[in-house]
Design a protein around this ligand. Structure first.
Ligand code: 1GP
Length: 245
């Protein structure tokens, strides 16, 4: 079974948690140990990516370290074609649909597609939109941010993603966002689409994770929390339990 099929099937049975590791935020060894802790806490996949990467080697080294320390699927979350790694299991082949810059919508994909083909890394198509405040991803991605309360636009992007054949849809508030995507927006988007809904950005507290899952997120992503938390295993275990409840 492909990783995409596996994700879709798993979301039919329970809410999932994915851990996002940015290779720019720690050395590969620490990335590997964070991933191991995330696996022990019940996270279902490790995503690797970030907006401020400088080299492919950074990504390769981090992916290799994570693969050495866990059995979880490693899925790239690339900000551009230069940051793909043949050592990963899959790549979110995602279009940043509300970017003003066509590079992030399709041109980087054109550059990266042959690499994906030859490396054997599984592409998983995903519609990706950024909602206020957007943070670094919003700025670097040159995004026309969806307004916090503009539910109609969020639903439109979600439906368009499904109609374009994308396998997943990701609503992002930006890493480190002070306020995550609202419960109302999540609920409306979830009710409109049949593909799994991913939500991330600013989800740090157990209660927030619980609310976002209850509102309709099928997959919750946490990133910053992994870098900041002292007792990561306990903190992540609590978040994952709350999501699954
Ligand atoms: C990545 O926005 C998510 O797309 C991660 O956000 O770093 O705030 O958890 P945090």
């Amino acid at each position: 079974m492909s990783i995409a099929e596996d994700i879709v099937n798993m979301t039919k049975k329970k809410k999932l948690h994915f851990s996002l590791i940015d290779p720019d935020k720690q050395n590969p060894e620490l990335a590997g140990s964070i991933a191991k802790t995330a696996e022990e806490a019940g996270s279902s996949a490790i995503m690797v990516g970030g907006s401020t990467l400088v080299s492919q080697k950074q990504v390769d080294d981090t992916v290799k370290a994570i693969k050495g320390d866990t059995d979880l699927p490693v899925i790239l979350f690339p900000s551009g074609a230069r940051f793909l790694s043949k050592y990963a299991d899959a790549v979110f082949f995602m279009s940043l649909l509300n970017s003003r810059n066509l590079d992030y919508v399709i041109r980087e994909h054109v550059k990266g597609a042959p690499f994906v083909k030859h490396s054997g890394v599984e592409p998983i198509s995903m519609g990706y939109v950024i909602v206020e405040p957007g943070m670094t991803a919003g700025r670097i991605g040159e995004v026309d941010l969806i307004k916090k309360d503009d539910i109609e636009t969020a639903v439109g992007y979600a439906l368009a993603s499904q109609y374009l054949g994308m396998e997943l849809f990701y609503l992002e508030a930006g890493s480190g966002a002070s306020s995550p995507v609202s419960n109302r927006m999540i609920k409306a988007v979830k009710q409109s689409i049949d593909i799994p809904l991913i939500v991330g950005g600013g989800i740090r507290a157990v209660e927030t994770a619980r609310q976002k899952a209850h509102a309709g997120a099928d997959i919750i992503i946490t990133g910053t929390k992994l870098e900041e938390e002292k007792n990561l295993k306990q903190a992540l275990t609590n978040i994952i339990k709350a999501i699954e409840e």
